[in-house]
Design a protein around this ligand. Structure first.
Ligand code: ATR
Length: 284
């Protein structure tokens, strides 16, 4: 396809980025909406002059970019201006090049909340239990507090890694209690939401041992990994009559919010897109 001069560009910056599904998602929306744009994979090595790379991209016609591992903190430092979620998290997943400025935002938390809301709205008024304390956990914890969950419990194998995360919600009405990993099942008692942000349950990895018995009726169980898509945790949730939300929901919804930032239109989040992603995951 030949490039027209006014063609807008966006892309994903990471290292590596070859595994990313973002090009599939965004180029699908670009085609569907008939935009004159393209979304690229942009491998940027960890030791690159990150701000310099962004300036080159802006000159080359990029309207913005997604940012993934290991550059989310670099993007935070490189931005001229930050939206509140990015400011709070110290991490940027979406850059917008606008009027000579580099603006950083973070759509991970809002994408996570949108994915839960697609399934049910009945999770805000009950306690929530989060397992894990990695990069994604921070966005999820802050988003839950902002969405109105008052009682949040956070359990991680390494307790000391979870403890500093409490500061993220210090300015909210929510409380966050750190739970010893051995006590996670007791902490699930009456929870309306369980989120697994650990790497347990991923393809080829160790299993997550977690009884769902104490959860409230109709609770939502979410796994943020999507390889496999249907984890043992989600299978167990469905078998127990709970609401299972897989990792594609957050992936698609954070992408939709980024897309809207650059192109000014909210793209369709529909079953056809999910089906394309599921097929792609099956092939790789
Ligand atoms: P990230 O890249 O998001 O920072 P990570 O370092 O790979 O994620 O860790 C993901 C999460 O899975 C962490 O919360 C990790 O717990 P620790 O902080 O104790 O390392 C958790 N995790 C990984 N393997 C685990 C295991 N075998 N048992 C319990 N938790 C585990």
């Amino acid at each position: 396809m030949s490039e027209t001069p006014d063609r807008q560009r966006a892309g994903i910056i990471g290292w590596p980025v070859s595994h990313s599904r973002s090009p599939l998602i965004h180029n699908g929306w670009i085609d569907q909406l008939g935009l004159n744009a393209h979304y690229d994979s942009c491998p940027v090595s960890p030791d690159a002059d990150f701000r310099g790379v962004l300036e080159v991209m802006a000159r080359a016609g990029f309207v913005g970019a997604n940012v993934t591992i290991p550059h989310k903190e670099n993007a935070y430092r490189a931005a001229d201006r930050l939206h509140p979620a990015a400011e709070k998290l110290g991490a940027v997943n979406t850059l917008h090049f606008q009027d000579g400025e580099i603006i950083g935002s973070n759509t991970d938390g809002a994408g996570f909340v949108a994915a839960l809301d697609e399934a049910t709205q009945d999770w805000r008024d009950k306690p929530a239990l989060i397992l894990g304390a990695g990069g994604a956990t921070r966005a999820i914890l802050a988003a839950l507090a902002e969405a109105g969950v008052k009682d949040i419990r956070l359990s991680n194998r390494t307790r000391a890694r979870a403890e500093p995360l409490v500061d993220l919600i210090a300015d909210s009405d929510a409380t966050c209690r750190i739970i010893d990993w051995q006590a996670r099942e007791d902490a699930a008692e009456h929870c309306g939401l369980l989120v697994n942000t650990t790497s347990l349950g991923m393809q080829g990895g160790a299993a997550l041992e977690m009884s769902l018995d104490g959860l409230a009726d109709g609770a939502v169980v979410n796994d943020i990994v999507y390889a496999p898509l249907e984890t043992d945790l989600l299978k167990a949730a469905r078998a127990a009559g709970l609401v299972a939300v897989d990792g594609l929901g957050m992936l698609i919804n954070q992408a939709a919010l980024s897309f809207e930032t650059w192109f000014g239109v909210r793209p369709p989040v529909d079953q056809a897109l999910r089906d394309r992603l599921v097929a792609d995951l099956g092939e790789h």
